[in-house]
Design a protein around this ligand. Structure first.
Ligand code: GCO
Ligand code: MG
Length: 403
């Protein structure tokens, strides 16, 4: 089966998405998500200008070989733009192969290892009491695992607090990035109060998660992990920025709060020490940013032997194409932990009709052949790209900090 055509579809049904569509001489097409929030057009160009000319005429069945051809063939390895582009090609080829065999993708990945996939939703509020109410809303929807974030007293705005109830969309259109002001002291004093209140209200039966979003140093993160221990978090996410893998060693020596990291990683080399030293509990690399299904499986296989489980990133900037691919991966891989699920807007869901479903806190990719997701190109064309940036963060004295 030969690749005869490929194109990039950039659209903005509520937010920006970059989608690769590959077509074969058997009339089968496959999709891959290539969205890199805030830097979308760089990946679109990488695909259109550099990868698509190499794909036309290639054998669509040779997925591993195509991955290596694009990765080794570039000479310039790794990096989010390169890896998101390779991920999109890889995902589309898996979609095509599964469709050509008439099976849902998870059947090609070893079949289902579980009945359905545990997901977590995002509850947030401007205050602790607002967050308590948001968690209660998620429980009513059936969620068994909930990430909780709250506004911090004394800080005007912060990461993780949504404008609407169900959708958290931090990227803002128009002009320069929004600027937040940050105080580690206020955050470290406040965060344990939020989880004390949530456990008091909801007891021990729900899984609670929290994202520190790369804003602490290792010793600060160690203090937070220690102070959160009585509230038994499912995980503390991104306590420190992940570039320095040894940073997690220090945190690990001080706390038993489980640690998760990896949403910004793009290859196995970003997490090799973290996994082999058992400094983390969950690896959050995703289909769209870490090399597609092919590379994500290698990361999961390495993690399996070190008792590290998966916890794929699943924010709204990962399109329904990525969500579908993630669910096939989650259903099949043995050391699955949890899947993030931030619901997309209705506009997004209409552009990307899909067979995956949510019920009582669990999801299933469905049994349609391939990924079970498509793109309505006529509708997508009605939502042109709109430049948007993620916010930035400064300390109270104006110093740039991690957002
Ligand atoms: C998460 C993430 C997101 C990111 C976003 C950036 O845990 O879901 O941290 O909220 O900030 O995906 O594009
Ligand atoms: Mg995160």
């Amino acid at each position: 089966m030969k690749i005869t055509d490929a194109k990039v579809i950039v659209c903005s049904p509520g937010r920006n998405f970059v989608t690769l569509k590959i077509v074969t001489d058997e009339g089968i097409h496959g999709l891959g998500d290539a969205t890199l929030n805030g830097r979308e057009l760089a990946v679109a160009s990488y695909l259109t200008d550099h990868l698509i000319p190499l794909l036309i005429g290639r054998d669509a069945d040779r997925i591993e070989d195509t991955w290596q051809y694009l990765y080794k063939g570039a000479y310039w390895r790794r990096g989010p733009v390169t890896m998101s582009a390779i991920s999109a090609v890889d995902t589309a080829l898996w979609d095509i192969k599964a469709k050509s065999l008439g099976v849902p993708l998870y059947q090609l990945l070893g079949g289902a290892s579980r009945d359905s996939v545990l997901v977590y939703g995002h509850a947030s509020g401007a205050t602790i009491e607002d967050t308590v109410a948001a968690v209660a809303d998620y429980l009513k929807l059936g969620y068994k695992a909930i990430r909780a974030q709250s506004g911090i007293p004394g800080l005007a705005s912060t990461y993780g607090v949504g404008r609407g109830k169900m959708y958290y969309e931090p990227a803002e259109e128009g002009g320069a990035p929004v600027e937040n002001l940050w105080s580690t002291e206020k955050y470290l004093n406040f965060a344990p109060q939020l989880f004390a209140r949530l456990r008091k209200e909801f007891g021990e039966d729900i899984h609670l998660l929290h994202d520190a979003h790369h804003r602490l140093t290792p010793i600060e993160a160690a203090r937070l992990g220690k102070n959160l221990e009585p509230f038994h978090l499912f995980w503390l996410e991104d306590p420190v920025a992940g570039e320095l893998q040894e940073g997690f060693h220090l945190i690990r020596q001080h706390t038993t709060t489980p640690l998760a990291v990896g949403e910004v990683f793009d290859t196995i080399y970003d997490c090799q020490q973290l996994i082999q030293n058992q400094w983390i509990d969950y690896i959050r690399t995703t289909v769209v940013h870490a090399g597609g299904i092919t590379h994500l499986r290698k990361i999961a296989n390495l993690a399996e032997i070190y008792h590290v489980r998966t916890g794929c990133h699943g924010a709204t900037d990962l399109s329904p194409v990525c969500m579908a691919a993630a669910l096939h991966f989650d259903l099949s891989v043995h050391n699955f932990g949890i899947q993030e699920y931030m619901r997309h807007s209705d506009q997004t869901d209409q552009v990307f009709p899909h067979s995956y479903t949510f019920a009582e806190g669990f999801m299933h990719p469905g049994d349609a052949p391939g990924l079970g997701v498509d793109i309505n190109e006529a509708l997508a064309a009605k939502y042109p790209y709109r430049r948007a940036y993620l916010p930035i963060n400064r300390k109270l004295d104006g110093t740039m900090h991690s957002w």
